[in-house]
Design a protein around this ligand. Structure first.
Ligand code: FES
Length: 187
């Protein structure tokens, strides 16, 4: 049978042990583990930033960053001829350089009527070339061919060339740059 005094001493000893547990100094191993975990989390967050930015960039970008851009004076495009023209994509970043220069084929049908074709083949996107002798657009990649009005002539492409919206203003041919109609979003 223990006396009240010895009980008291036991209580005090127990309390002291508990305090030692709580106030035990953090070991170097624990510090290094926590530091390692923090650095790993930080590294992961830094590496994830570009991925998150890429995923959300499509939401942040305007759906159609389109703007009317001049292709030049009408005199540059003789009637009944098809000429190559280039415009600067209105949605560019400083590092885009020459990739922001967008080529297109301009067909002048008569004084007031034009067609402006995207240069990319509607099969897999190779640039098509205009052959005035045969009056055909030909694709060098898989032999796709298009008539002068852009409609499909032969080969793997399943449809005609895409056309840019355009208008005439102040004696210039103006094209809606930065927007290309597709099957999902036609003109
Ligand atoms: S990319 Fe033009 S035919 Fe294939």
């Amino acid at each position: 049978m223990s006396s009240p005094g010895s009980d008291r001493i036991e209580d005090v000893m127990t309390e002291l042990h508990e305090r030692e547990d709580v106030a035990a100094p953090v070991s170097r191993r624990n510090v290094l583990l926590r530091l390692g975990a923090a650095l790993t989390a930080l590294g992961g967050a830094v590496m994830a930033l570009p991925i998150v930015g890429f995923v959300f960039s499509s939401f942040a970008r305007p759906k159609h960053a389109a703007a009317w851009v001049s292709l030049g004076p009408l005199e540059q495009f003789p009637v009944n001829q098809t000429r190559l023209a280039v415009y600067r994509n209105p949605y560019t970043r400083p590092w885009d350089g020459d990739t922001a220069n967008i080529p297109c084929w301009v067909r002048r049908i008569d004084e007031q009527n034009f067609q402006v074709f995207a240069i990319n083949c509607t099969h897999l996107g190779c640039p098509v070339r205009w052959f005035p002798g045969s009056r055909l657009f030909m694709c060098p990649c898989h032999g796709g061919a298009f008539y002068e009005d852009g409609s499909r002539a032969s080969g793997p492409p399943e449809r005609g060339l895409y056309e840019h919206q355009h208008k005439i203003e102040g004696g210039n041919l103006i094209v809606l740059g930065g927007y290309l109609p597709t099957l999902a979003e036609p003109l």
